[in-house]
Design a protein around this ligand. Structure first.
Ligand SMILES: Nc1ncnc2c1ncn2[C@@H]1O[C@H](COP(=O)(O)OP(=O)(O)OP(=O)(O)O)[C@@H](O)[C@H]1O
Ligand SMILES: [Mg+2]
Length: 474
């Protein structure tokens, strides 16, 4: 077996249990005989004399099996077989061929027929061929059901996991969803913090209300206050209209404070007051508005450490860390990798279009071995690229090529195996890492040096699985 069995889910076959058969043969006697035989076996059977009639029958009804004569006047069986396999992938075809056309039969198998019988055939022979097809269909169907059940068992909202620690997180999310307690989600970049935050919102009583995310790291310090609290016209130069802040917009729903560690100390105390009183005041106004919201915060840093280092106020920390939820990195739950891969292939439109539904064993070994500093987001990026380069139905080792970033640099160009896109991406990674090293994880300064805005740099870092925190104390 060169490919593993976590293949993507095929479309559910529209009809498997009822077993309707279409008999296509130009000879009225044989047609009748075949139909009769099918009915004797307990299947419903319809007949068609030639290709056009067969196609219109197939369009009208769901069939499991077609018994198809190879030699017919007009369009022959082989070409009809091809069309059936192309248009109705779940229908099986048994070719019925006259003696002496064994080569045609071999060709038919190559074109995707499930089996063939040669004329003249005995009733037993045909019954056996039909039974084999239906047995196989039932088996495939059972396997599919089992797979579906398994997939459902590991699913929680938009998340998938079979890892015990993640299952515990799911359980907590389910029990916390209907409460208003503030939850702090921590975990490395790309571990699913935002998904968990959304799950808390979507499974709770506030699901009809808005989910308002704010990435505290992507907003320059001087804009954070007006972004959070809003402002009245004339509050400062440039405030030409009244604007509601994120806090106010979260009324009735959930406010998601992402990368909460990057809120400056002064802002933390202002926000603390909002969280304690559940009221907010727009800049330039002296009217406090009540806000009824749930607060969820996320960070990829250890906030207790931030408190110890003096970058986070202790009272603010206790306010947001009422219930901490920690998401394990992907390298600590490698058992999820095959599950996540199967899920991605199933959902990806290009993978579906190209019929890519598996990963070769050695490619899977690479994915299982790698450390995934960018976690699931990095896994998605690797798969995205692999789907583009994959040739055939299976993703190969070459397609996944993770962790070979700088391996090829410095060698002669003839030996480079990377596409331009990969090369540019690697160069980008190197550049961003060097920059963060130089500025000790200060994204504002790094962005200024790079001549791009902070939000763009943050997005790039996320895509590349690079965390500023890793450079802060280096
Ligand atoms: N358990 C999971 N099952 C399926 N997909 C997941 C799971 N966890 C994360 N993902 C996917 O991984 C990607 C990253 O998730 P998310 O944005 O929630 O991470 P994050 O922890 O907020 O990362 P960052 O710290 O970089 O903001 C998303 O595309 C998300 O859909
Ligand atoms: Mg996030």
């Amino acid at each position: 077996m060169d490919s593993m069995a976590f293949a993507g889910r095929p479309e559910p076959s529209p009809e498997v249990t009822s077993g309707r058969i279409l008999v296509v043969d130009d000879d009225p006697l044989i047609r009748r005989q075949l139909q009769h035989l099918c009915e004797q076996q307990g299947y419903r059977a319809d007949v068609a004399e030639e290709a056009t009639e067969a196609l219109s029958r197939l369009e009208e009804r769901c069939y499991s099996l077609v018994l198809l004569d190879l030699m017919m006047p007009g369009r022959d069986g082989a070409s009809l077989l091809q069309e059936i396999r192309r248009r109705w992938t779940t229908i099986d075809v048994i070719m019925v061929t006259a003696h002496g056309t064994i080569r045609g039969a071999v060709e038919a198998m190559r074109l995707g027929a499930a089996d063939y019988v040669t004329k003249p055939f005995s009733p037993e022979e045909l019954a056996l061929a039909i039974r084999r097809v239906f047995d196989r269909r039932r088996l495939l169907d059972e396997i599919q059901n089992l797979k579906d059940q398994l997939a459902e068992r590991y699913r929680f909202g938009n998340m998938l996991s079979r890892n015990a620690r993640m299952r515990e997180v799911f359980r907590l999310v389910a029990s916390l969803a209907n409460t208003d307690v503030t939850v702090l989600i921590t975990g490395e970049s790309g571990t699913g913090k935002e998904l968990v935050a959304r799950a808390l919102h979507e499974q709770g009583k506030r699901r009809q209300g808005p989910f308002v995310p704010i990435n505290c790291a992507a907003i320059p310090e001087n804009l954070l206050e007006s972004e959070l609290f809003g402002y009245e016209k004339g509050a400062f130069t440039g405030a030409t209209v009244n604007r509601a802040g994120k806090v106010e917009s979260a009324h009735g729903g959930t406010l998601f404070l992402d990368e909460v560690e990057s809120i400056p100390l002064a802002m933390q105390s202002k926000l603390l007051r909002v969280l304690e009183e559940r009221t907010v005041e727009r800049l330039g106004s002296n009217e406090r508005m009540r806000v009824d919201m749930r607060v969820v915060a996320a960070s990829n840093r250890d906030l207790a450490q931030c408190v110890a280092q003096g970058t986070m106020r202790e009272d603010f920390y206790y306010r947001i860390a009422v219930i901490p939820l920690q998401l394990p990195p992907l390298r600590d739950r490698r058992e999820d990798i095959p599950l996540l891969v199967a899920e991605y292939l199933q959902r990806h439109p290009l993978a579906r279009e190209k019929g890519i539904d598996r990963v070769s064993e050695d490619a899977m070994a690479v994915l299982m071995d790698y450390d995934w500093p960018g976690n699931i987001r990095e896994l998605w990026n690797v798969l995205e690229r692999a789907i583009v380069t994959a040739d055939g139905r299976s993703i190969s080792r070459v397609d996944v090529g993770v962790g070979r970033e700088n391996e090829q640099r410095g060698t002669s160009i003839a030996s480079w195996k990377q596409s331009l896109r990969e090369f540019v991406r690697d160069a980008e990674r190197w550049y961003v890492e060097e920059l963060l090293k130089q500025y000790r994880g200060n994204v504002t300064q790094a962005a200024r040096h790079a001549g791009i805005d902070q939000a763009t740099l943050h997005r790039k870092m996320r895509d590349l699985g690079i965390r500023a925190a890793a450079y802060r104390h280096a």
